[in-house]
Design a protein around this ligand. Structure first.
Ligand code: 13P
Ligand code: SF4
Length: 311
């Protein structure tokens, strides 16, 4: 039993022993964010994984992120605290269906959100994250036809923002899909001067009310320069931990779901990770990300394109 263990001390001891680095996404529980060596958005975490000189990467995020780390750092041991930490966007896009969709549109390239399986990355031409998508898309010649998947809301946002038609895969993030426009408008009425910062995984009817749209890191940056002392945050609410830490005197309110609070917007996959599971995966070096080498090399091509074009 783990009862009585000083988990933080044990994790730090094992981290040194294993020469491990702990990478965490902004959607992790506060105690995990505070313990991590680095907290970031998807692009930053990929870059950290590619550059680390640690022997072990503990990826406190979801499976596609840990797989991305393994694709970019194949010689490292990459562990994920809970192998069931998936993503609804990944689930929406089975590789065989995606391959069939591509085959139906042979004159299109596939620009694909990083929130997908390694197999789908291998079937794609260029990967994007929410922080790099605009920069990457603007480098693709206007006559080039594009399939964008799996997030139709991010795809729709890019289409509107850059005036660029793309064929969209119909996937959604269940977390960002849960925000309620009616409840958001009620909240805005209570805080008429508070800006709204939203993630582009939100549906258009939420983004329409946003003063700022961007990745988790972008939203965090915006919170530091925003006018006033109150911000409405339309993304997974655990990111508020970083804002509250940096600006304890300001007020950060998670955008509500249909029930009027923001608890329904907690990502159930991200929430599977706990301090206990981080301790266990450092101790046992499992669950470990493994993949077929041919598949890895194929998936790395589209990720390398992202890293070049986002640079
Ligand atoms: P970013 O941190 O890249 O904005 O991604 C958000 C997300 O939904 C990750 O699952
Ligand atoms: Fe996937 Fe949405 Fe959870 Fe991110 S927040 S891991 S996109 S389900």
């Amino acid at each position: 039993s783990l009862a009585g263990l000083d988990l933080l001390a044990e994790i730090n001891r094992l981290k040194k022993e294993r020469n491990a680095v702990i990478l965490a996404h902004y959607y992790q529980k506060p105690e995990i964010q505070d313990l991590a060596d680095f907290v970031g958005d998807s692009l930053e975490l990929s870059k950290k994984a590619a550059a680390t000189d640690a022997d072990v990467i503990v990826f406190s995020g979801v499976r596609f992120m840990a797989e991305t780390a393994k694709i970019l750092a194949p010689d490292k041991i990459v562990v994920l605290p809970d192998m069931d930490a998936g993503c609804s966007l990944e689930d929406s896009c089975p590789p065989d269906k995606f391959a069939a969709f591509r085959a139906e549109h042979p004159d299109h390239i596939a620009l694909t959100y990083i929130n997908c399986s390694t197999e789908v990355k291998a079937l794609s031409d260029i990967i994007v994250t929410s922080s790099s998508a605009e920069k990457i898309l603007s480098q693709i010649p206007p006559e080039q036809k594009i399939i964008f998947g799996p997030d139709r809301h991010l795809g729709g946002y890019l289409t509107r923002k850059l005036g660029r038609d793309m064929l969209l895969w119909p996937g959604v993030c269940i977390v960002h899909e849960a925000f309620s426009e009616t409840e958001l408008l009620k909240l805005k009425a209570q805080h008429p001067t508070a800006p709204v910062a939203a993630h582009p995984e939100c549906p258009a009817y939420i983004l329409d009310h946003a003063d700022y749209v961007g990745s988790t890191s972008g939203i965090l940056e915006f919170s530091k320069t925003m006018p006033g002392d109150t911000l409405i945050v339309a993304t997974e609410p655990h990111i508020i931990h970083q804002m509250q830490k940096a600006m304890p005197e300001k007020t950060f309110i998670g955008a509500p779901g249909a029930d009027g609070n923001c608890n329904c917007n907690i990502c159930p996959y991200m929430a599977l990770n706990t301090l206990e599971k981080i301790y266990l995966c450092l101790r046992d070096l499992t669950p470990r990300i493994e993949m077929d080498e041919e598949l890895r090399v194929q998936a790395k091509k589209s990720l390398d394109r992202m890293l070049e074009m986002a640079a």
